[in-house]
Design a protein around this ligand. Structure first.
Ligand code: FES
Length: 101
């Protein structure tokens, strides 16, 4: 698990009550590279899809990719129905994800 990531293990997928540590652990231990694989492994992302942007961010961190935040937002913003999730987490993760302009 990434040392900078988890100070408080918050619930990322509110629909299925899956925590950040569970999702990250699933990604790492199963070498998961897609949201669909994560959903199959731990159910996160299987409901309203609001958490897909964060699951993608965790996969990116695991793969040491640096997809620009704008790209993630463009890909997932339409799915976000529970916007409270993003406000909390983007402050935490944007510092770790370089933004390319
Ligand atoms: S918050 Fe994860 S599917 Fe709804």
């Amino acid at each position: 698990m990434k040392d900078s990531a988890i100070e408080i293990d918050e619930t990322i997928c509110l629909c299925l009550q899956v925590s950040e540590s569970t999702i990250r652990s699933c990604i790492e231990s199963n070498n998961l590279t897609t949201i669909e694989e994560v959903t199959q492994a731990c159910e996160a992302g299987g409901g309203c899809h609001s958490c897909h942007i964060l699951i993608d961010l965790f996969i990116d961190e695991y793969l040491k990719k640096s997809t620009p935040i704008e790209t993630l937002v463009t890909a997932h913003a339409g799915k976000v129905k529970k916007r409270g999730i993003l406000g909390r987490f983007f402050k935490k993760f944007t510092a770790d994800v370089p933004v390319t302009k």
